[in-house]
Design a protein around this ligand. Structure first.
Ligand SMILES: [Zn+2]
Length: 491
């Protein structure tokens, strides 16, 4: 791939994006903006959703492809997701160590050995060299989140830290500077890597308590919603926290008790009834900011007991309800907002190779997209709202039942309400291209940002879409929109 001009542009943006640099709003992204500006920007991330995760859910939901609300969006592109390097800490070396190579990613030559076993403890043979390529050099959700939020490539584990160990400015901060509101919503813990990337800075995603504390006590975001409740288990049952660790996702015991007793800038909500009232605009708010921690410890639904679909935890809201609640709060700002909504447990189900529950989680995400589109249609439509639907990376390599012999055989549709036929080839992230759908002012800039073409995407049903841009281009687009708004309002 062409690393030269592209990467230099990237690195200069990275350099410009340090917190100390006052010239940040005059970044390349801001200068590139022309045409109508969106008042509101919503980024929806189905975490770890490779090509076939989207297809599996559509087969189960509709019995066919092409029926999702985002299938009607005017912009469909593909995106690279690889990090700067695969180190777990800063290396101080600006040289990109990994990349995407379309020829290697689809190679039909025999693969070597096996990989995997991170979660499932299984070994996954590399039946083809293409499988082997995409199983290596993948991003984690932190580096991917930082790319999407701050527009820089960095090391895995980084929450808005560059590869020199310095914090970088990201979209929520730009939005605040422009007078906009910001929020994060997730189906996993509020301080997990993806929501953290749009709300905090930390040298490592694993410092949950520090991240939770920054999110809640510094209060950059106006809305924070997700799981991570210290007093409830994964089945939504009240339990006594065993140790301080039970409080880590909400910033530790002190931050939790402050938050839950109304001694932070946020109105604390946790019951399903309150989330639903908020979504309907019927919850009386004493504060302008809302912190909603659903009554479940790790995930809204995925980590509950039992197997397969159904028997949902009854006392937690779904992602659509949370999203509408967030929009209800953020939509009050006449200068607009930026909101990130994550279907976070899609990734967890992919790690577990759990076909039934990944479909359940992806359908929950799809419902949230429909709810958001309906809200947009009631609030200025796509003339005033930019919506981007994507993922941060692939995970699990779900392909068809004979994909050990027939390279890249698609997942097989068995009709509406039936689990498709799937073989999983991995239990962690991949370095494959991922889909992006976008609608609203500026959406076409993602197509314009394309730097490469993948001639093989027909193998996974994306034959009409071959061009790809980088995950950092999403941040450039959003930060560009927000910064352009700030310049316009200053004039
Ligand atoms: Zn992820």
């Amino acid at each position: 791939m062409n690393l030269s001009r592209r990467r230099f542009a990237l690195l200069s943006t990275a350099a410009a994006a340090t917190l100390a640099a006052p010239a940040i709003v005059r970044s390349a992204a801001a200068q590139a903006w022309n045409g109508p500006r969106p008042k509101n920007v919503i980024l929806m991330i189905s975490d770890g959703a490779g090509y076939h995760t989207w297809n599996m859910a559509s087969y189960y939901e509709f019995g066919e492809l092409g029926r999702q609300v985002y299938d009607r969006f005017p912009v469909k592109t593909l995106m690279t997701t690889f990090p700067l390097n695969t180190s777990s800490k800063p290396t101080n070396d600006p040289t990109p160590k990994v990349a995407y190579d379309a020829a290697a990613a689809w190679s039909l030559l025999p693969g070597q050995g096996d990989l995997g076993g991170e979660i499932t403890k299984k070994k996954y043979p590399n039946f083809f060299a293409g499988y082997e390529f995409v199983k290596k050099n993948y991003t984690d959700s932190a580096a991917a989140g930082t790319a999407l939020a701050a527009g820089i490539k960095t090391y895995n584990n980084s929450i808005n830290f560059d590869n020199n160990g310095q914090p970088v400015r990201m979209v929520a901060e730009f939005a605040k500077s422009a007078g906009k509101s910001t929020g994060v919503v997730s189906s996993v813990q509020i301080s997990h890597a993806t929501p953290a990337s749009f709300a905090a800075h930390n040298i490592s995603r694993n410092n949950y308590a520090e991240i939770g504390r920054e999110m809640i006590e510094d209060g950059l975001c106006d809305v924070i919603m997700g799981a991570g409740h210290p007093m409830f288990d994964n089945d939504g049952r009240y339990r006594a926290p065993g140790s301080d660790k039970a409080f880590q996702y909400v910033g530790g015991p002190d931050t939790y008790f402050k938050a839950a007793t109304g001694r932070t800038a946020y109105q604390w909500i946790e019951t399903k009834a309150d989330f639903e009232k908020l979504a309907r605009g019927e919850l009386k708010l004493d504060k302008a900011k809302v912190l909603g921690v659903a009554q479940a410890h790790n995930t809204l639904q995925f980590n509950r007991s039992g197997e397969g679909m159904g028997n949902l935890v009854p006392n937690v809201p779904d992602l659509a309800t949370m999203s509408l609640g967030a929009l209800e709060v953020l939509g009050k700002n006449e200068r607009g907002f930026f909101l990130m909504i994550e279907g976070g447990a899609v990734d967890w189900a992919a790690h577990a190779n759990d076909t039934a529950r990944i479909i359940e989680e992806q359908i929950d995400f799809n419902k949230a997209v429909r709810a958001v589109v309906a809200w947009i249609e009631r609030h200025g439509g796509f003339e005033h709202n930019l919506l981007i639907v994507t993922t941060d990376h692939g995970n699990g390599m779900a392909y068809g039942p004979q994909s050990d012999r027939f390279a890249f055989q698609p997942v097989i549709n068995r009709g509406q309400g039936q689990l498709p036929e799937v073989t999983w080839h991995y239990d962690t992230h991949t370095n494959e291209l991922v889909p992006v759908w976008a609608a609203g002012p500026g959406a076409e800039q993602l197509v314009a940002a394309s730097t490469g073409e993948d001639p093989h995407t027909a193998l996974v049903g994306w034959g009409e879409v071959r061009r790809y841009h980088d995950n950092t281009d999403i941040a450039r687009l959003i930060i560009g929109a927000v910064a352009a708004e700030q310049r316009a309002s200053a004039n």
